[in-house]
Ligand binder design. Structure first.
Ligand code: IPE
Ligand code: IPE
Ligand code: MG
Length: 264
């Protein structure tokens, strides 16, 4: 349910979007939403600006979506900020992104504290520049006791690397004789992934019209509902989020079973 009904009504009151809010079932908000925040570069290009301008605008969109997700009572919000393949971008852009992550996190820590958000990191932190790594570590420790929404930030994250890491850890246990291969189940395997504590997303949103996972949550998306929005990430706002959730609420999740009432 919505944590604070007054704050909720105030935040989502907008005559232009009243119809959207009328349709929303606030008791059926997806527990875990994952977002591939894509399109910053195209957004900047369309304005004759540099890609870094687009990334900075993307931060504003993320701030809005975090606040909206908290108001909606989302349990976990996972955002894809930098993939293992994004190291292949021009060095200048990689450097810019790494420093943007650090400065943004420092700047937005008060917001995370105010909204009772707990930060979780998905990916390999070791390869990050030291300042970026230390900032994430600070964010993790400062928000550690927060009890509200979990914000999982995927930086230097790649699903294949994540799966291989789990395979290596589990096979080490087998080689040491601490585990037998028959004990390896899907539940157990999931506990070796970066997402161990947040589980699988119910809804995955990708902006900018691209329709692919780009190495994001391959294992975890086995039964996730996908929503693709043409909007470029810097333009994505609370109403786009509501629209995605509304679409999700009209889907029928079957998990390989049969539709209610059709089983006879
Ligand atoms: C997503 O926007 C942000 C990151 C990958 C860091 P892009 O930078 O991929 O933007 P486009 O896809 O080039 O428009
Ligand atoms: C995926 O977007 C990664 C993030 C949004 C962080 P990309 O822009 O890197 O993906 P591709 O290259 O279009 O598949
Ligand atoms: Mg992109």
């Amino acid at each position: 349910m919505i944590p604070n009904e007054d704050a909720f009504k105030q935040y989502f009151s907008d005559t232009d979007h009243a119809l959207l809010m009328e349709q929303l079932r606030t008791d059926q908000i997806p527990r875990h939403i994952a977002i591939v925040m894509d399109g910053n570069g195209r957004w900047a290009k369309a304005r004759g600006e540099s890609r870094s301008f687009g990334h900075a605008a993307g931060v504003e969109a993320l701030r809005e979506v975090i606040t909206a997700a908290v108001r909606l009572g989302v349990g976990a919000l996972t955002v894809y900020a930098f993939s293992t393949e994004n190291w292949n971008r021009p060095q200048e852009e990689v450097d810019l992104l790494m420093s943007l992550f650090a400065t943004t996190l420092i700047k937005e820590l008060p917001l995370l504290m105010r909204e009772n958000v707990r930060l979780v990191y998905l990916g390999d932190m070791e390869a990050l520049p030291i300042e970026t790594k230390e900032t994430f570590e600070q964010g993790l420790s400062e928000t550690n006791n927060n009890t509200g929404m979990v914000l999982a930030v995927a930086v230097n994250y790649g699903s294949r690397a994540e799966i291989l890491r789990a395979v290596r850890q589990i096979s080490d246990l087998c080689c040491e004789g601490k585990l037998s291969s028959s004990e390896i189940t899907a539940d157990m395997f999931s506990r070796y992934l970066y997402t161990a504590e947040i589980g699988d997303p119910d809804l995955l949103i990708r902006t900018s019209g691209e329709k692919r996972l780009s190495n994001f949550l391959l294992w975890q998306c086995a039964y996730t509902e996908f929503y693709f929005d043409e909007v470029l990430w810097p333009d994505f706002n609370r109403w786009n989020l509501i629209q995605a959730i509304l679409t999700f609420q009209h889907r029928e999740r079957r998990f390989g079973g049969v539709k209610d009432g059709l089983s006879e």
